[in-house]
Design a protein around this ligand. Structure first.
Ligand SMILES: Cc1cc2nc3c(=O)[nH]c(=O)nc-3n(C[C@H](O)[C@H](O)[C@H](O)COP(=O)(O)OP(=O)(O)OC[C@H]3O[C@@H](n4cnc5c(N)ncnc54)[C@H](O)[C@@H]3O)c2cc1C
Ligand code: FES
Length: 256
C-alpha cells in the first residue's frame, strides 16, 4: 500500500507533551486500528486513531518531535487504516487506559455509547498534568482516575483503581497503555483474560506482515496485521510483559 497525502487541518494541545492532529481524511477506521504516518524526511511511525480523522501523539523522539513542528496546513503521508481493531461486545463494558493509550479507548467509548452500551472507564496517568480526554470519558459514564503521584484521583498505578470495580459486572474489558501497566492489569485479572481485548505495541517496520519485526514469541503472531488488538489470554502465554524486540530485532526490557 502506497501512502496517500493528507493535510493537517487542526492541532490541539492535550497536555504538555501530547497533541491531537485532525487530518483532512476520514478513512472510516475502527477504534484500535492504526495508521502508518510518514513524516517526510524523518520516519514512518504507527499511530492509533483517537477519532475517525484524528491521531493523538505523545512526543518521545525524533519522528514525534518532527510531527510537533508541523502545524495546520502541513502535510504527512498516510497508510491505513491498518490492523484489526477492537470488537464491541455485550451491554456493559469497561475501558482501562494508561497515558496516551487512552486515545484509542476514547474513540471506542464514543462508538459504544452511540450503540447504547454502558461504559465505565479506569484511567491511569503519571500526574494530573498528563491527564487527557477527562471530559470526553466522563461524558461516556463513570470514570475512575489514578495518578502515580496522587495529584488527582486514587494514588498509584491504574491497577490501584481495580478495587473500586467488580470485573464480573462487565461483558467485555478493553485495555491500552504502556506495556508494564497493561501487564500489571492482565496478570492481576487472569480470570477475566478471555473477555479482555488489549491493544498492544511492538516495533513496526513494514506494517504489512512481511518483515517479522513485530512478531510476538512464542507463536510468532504478527502484531501489525493480526493485531494490534489481541485477547489477553493469548498475551499471558507470550513474551508480552517480559521483553520486547527493538529496531535491530534484539530483545530489550518492556517499558511503562
Ligand atoms: C499499533 C501502535 C499504535 C500506536 N499508537 C500511538 C498513539 O496513538 N500515540 C502515540 O503517541 N504513540 C503511539 N504509538 C507509539 C509510537 O509509534 C512511537 O512513540 C513512535 O514511533 C516514536 O517514534 P519517535 O521517532 O518519536 O521516537 P524514537 O526515539 O524513535 O522511539 C521512541 C520509542 O518509540 C518506539 N518506536 C519507535 N519507532 C517505532 C515503530 N516504528 N513502531 C513501534 N514503536 C516504535 C520505540 O519503542 C522507542 O523506544 C503506537 C505504536 C504502535 C505499534
Ligand atoms: S512490522 Fe513487518 S511484519 Fe509486522
Amino acid at each position: 500500500m502506497r501512502p496517500i497525502n493528507s493535510v493537517i487541518e487542526e492541532v490541539r494541545s492535550e497536555a504538555p507533551l501530547i497533541r491531537t492532529f485532525r487530518l483532512d481524511k476520514n478513512l472510516d477506521p475502527a477504534p484500535g486500528q492504526y495508521l502508518m504516518v510518514w513524516i517526510r524526511g524523518v520516519d514512518e511511525i504507527p499511530m492509533s486513531f483517537s477519532g475517525p480523522d484524528t491521531i493523538t501523539v505523545q512526543s518521545v523522539g525524533k519522528a514525534t518531535q518532527a510531527l510537533f513542528h508541523l502545524g495546520a496546513g502541513s502535510s504527512v503521508g498516510l497508510r491505513g487504516p491498518l490492523g484489526n481493531g477492537f470488537i464491541l461486545r455485550g451491554k456493559r463494558i469497561l475501558l482501562i487506559g494508561g497515558g496516551v493509550g487512552t486515545a484509542p479507548l476514547a474513540f471506542l467509548g464514543d462508538q459504544a455509547k452511540g450503540a447504547g452500551m454502558a461504559v465505565t472507564s479506569l484511567l491511569g496517568f503519571r500526574s494530573k498534568d498528563d491527564l487527557i480526554f477527562q471530559e470526553r470519558f466522563e461524558a461516556l459514564g463513570d470514570t475512575i482516575i489514578t495518578t502515580d503521584d496522587g495529584s488527582l484521583g486514587i494514588q498509584g498505578r491504574a491497577s490501584s483503581g481495580l478495587k473500586e470495580l467488580n470485573l464480573f459486572d462487565y461483558d467485555q474489558i478493553y485495555l491500552c497503555g504502556p506495556e508494564m501497566m497493561m501487564w500489571d492489569i492482565i496478570s492481576r485479572t487472569r480470570e477475566h483474560a478471555k473477555k479482555t481485548q488489549a491493544c498492544i505495541n511492538r516495533y513496526f517496520k513494514c506494517a504489512a506482515g512481511i518483515c517479522g519485526s513485530c512478531c510476538l514469541d512464542p507463536e510468532g503472531v504478527r502484531v501489525c496485521v493480526e493485531g494490534p488488538v489481541l485477547m489477553a489470554d493469548r498475551l499471558l502465554e507470550s513474551e508480552f510483559g517480559r521483553y520486547r524486540r527493538g529496531p535491530a530485532g534484539d530483545k530489550g526490557p518492556c517499558r511503562g
